[in-house]
Design a protein around this ligand. Structure first.
Ligand code: FNR
Length: 183
């Protein structure tokens, strides 16, 4: 199973990026996770959508051929980051590559809320007609105090969180297989 991963933070030491890298390494026997460089996308511009910069179609194609999408979102001012919204806006136009795409959401923050507000908004955005992703029901992954749950190399070390991730990833794979009937 091929999973296209999108991380909503472009900072070098991003916890959300570290989390996705951890999942990428942990589940190699189950899924192939490719992290898409959405930080290279230009600002969405409707004037360019029919003939967009090459990187736009490259990233959209990766989503199109994937069996599912993993989104790791930080929380910026009670919402998702502008970079993540920008990517979703590109994905929602012309070839609408997220439509009926099984999608799993995770998010980590240093506070106790673990990106709850950002994820609530993200689910709403993913439900809009131009995006139309199929979001994994339940299985909400809000990881608070992430700075205490990783080692210095950025590997997740918190055992309950790791076990929860194992369960959610297993649920996602099983559920994504069932959704194939919609695509
Ligand atoms: C934040 N942060 C933050 N945290 C939170 O829990 N709720 C919030 O609303 C915000 N708002 C916010 C705005 C901006 C502009 C920044 C830069 C940061 C803190 C944020 O969760 C923290 O920096 C995370 O570490 C960001 O994720 P990455 O970059 O580590 O993946």
């Amino acid at each position: 199973m091929k999973i296209a991963a999108i991380v909503g933070s472009n900072r070098q030491s991003s916890y959300n990026m570290k989390l996705v890298r951890f999942l990428q390494a942990r589940y190699t026997d189950k899924v192939e996770i490719e992290i898409l460089p959405i930080d290279q996308l230009p600002f969405y511009n409707q004037d360019e959508e029919l003939n967009p910069p090459v990187i736009v179609n490259e990233i959209k194609n990766k989503i199109q051929v994937s069996d599912g999408v993993l989104i790791a979102t930080p929380e910026y001012n009670s919402s998702i980051s502008g970079m993540l919204k920008n990517a979703l806006d590109w994905f929602s136009r012309v070839e609408q590559v997220m439509v009926n795409k099984p999608t799993m959401i995770i998010g980590a923050s240093m506070g106790i809320m673990g990106t709850i507000r950002a994820q609530m908004q993200l689910r709403q955005i993913l439900n809009s007609p131009g995006i139309g992703a199929l979001t994994l029901p339940g299985n909400e992954v809000f990881i608070g105090a992430i700075q205490n749950k990783m080692d210095e190399q950025g590997r997740l070390t918190d055992e309950p969180t790791i076990q929860f991730m194992d369960t959610v990833l297993g649920n996602f794979i099983e559920w994504a297989e069932k959704t194939k009937v919609f695509s």
